[in-house]
Design a protein around this ligand. Structure first.
Ligand SMILES: [Zn+2]
Ligand SMILES: [Zn+2]
Length: 162
C-alpha cells in the first residue's frame, strides 16, 4: 500500500491513519518467514513539520509463524512494534510505501530467540523424543553414559577403600 503524502496533507498538518493490510511472508536473513493469517494492523500518526519533512509515529500489530529453537514446534508470536520516522519529502518522492516500512520494522524487531515456552525441554539428542510430550529414559538420574561407566566404577571402588 502506497500513501501519497501530498494528498494526505492537503488540508491539515496532523493526520491519523488506521489501516489493515494483508499478512504476508517476509524474507529474514535469507529465509521466508510467514505472518499469521490475521491482517497487519497499522496505526500511523503523521505530523507535517515543514514543507520538506514529515514526522511519523506508528505502531504495527501482527503475528509471526515461527518454529521453537529447542523442540521445533510451531509458535505464533504476536508482535507489537512502535517506531518513529522522519520522512524527507524530496528524498522519498512524496510517497510512503507502507509495505516497505512494515518489512523494515519487522526485520529490525525480529526475535533473536524463539521458544514455545520459557521452560521448553527441547528434543532429546539421544532418542529424538520431544521431551515436552513424554519423558525419555536417556538422562534420568542414575543412568550413566557408557563412556563414563568405567570411571564411575573406579570412583566407587576408591571410595570403598577409604
Ligand atoms: Zn519448544
Ligand atoms: Zn531420550
Amino acid at each position: 500500500m502506497k500513501i501519497n503524502l501530498d494528498e494526505l496533507f492537503y488540508e491539515q498538518d496532523d493526520v491519523r491513519l488506521v489501516e489493515e493490510l494483508p499478512a504476508r511472508g517476509i524474507e529474514v536473513s535469507g529465509s521466508l518467514v510467514e505472518m499469521t493469517a490475521e491482517p497487519v494492523k497499522a496505526e500511523l500518526d503523521f505530523h507535517k513539520t515543514n514543507e520538506q519533512e514529515v514526522f511519523l509515529r506508528g505502531q504495527f500489530h501482527f503475528g509471526w509463524q515461527l518454529i521453537c529453537d529447542r523442540c521445533m514446534a510451531n509458535v505464533s508470536k504476536p508482535m507489537d512494534l512502535s517506531f518513529t520516522r522522519d520522512i524527507l519529502l524530496e528524498e522519498d518522492g512524496h510517497i510512503l510505501d507502507l509495505d516497505e516500512l512494515i518489512r523494515e520494522e519487522a526485520i529490525l524487531n525480529f526475535p533473536t530467540k524463539v521458544l514455545c515456552k520459557e521452560e521448553c525441554l527441547g528434543i532429546c539428542p539421544d532418542c529424538g523424543k520431544n521431551k515436552n510430550d513424554e519423558a525419555c529414559e536417556c538422562h534420568q538420574a542414575g543412568a550413566v553414559d557408557i563412556r563414563f561407566a568405567g570411571l564411575k566404577e573406579l570412583f566407587e571402588n576408591n571410595f570403598k577403600e577409604v
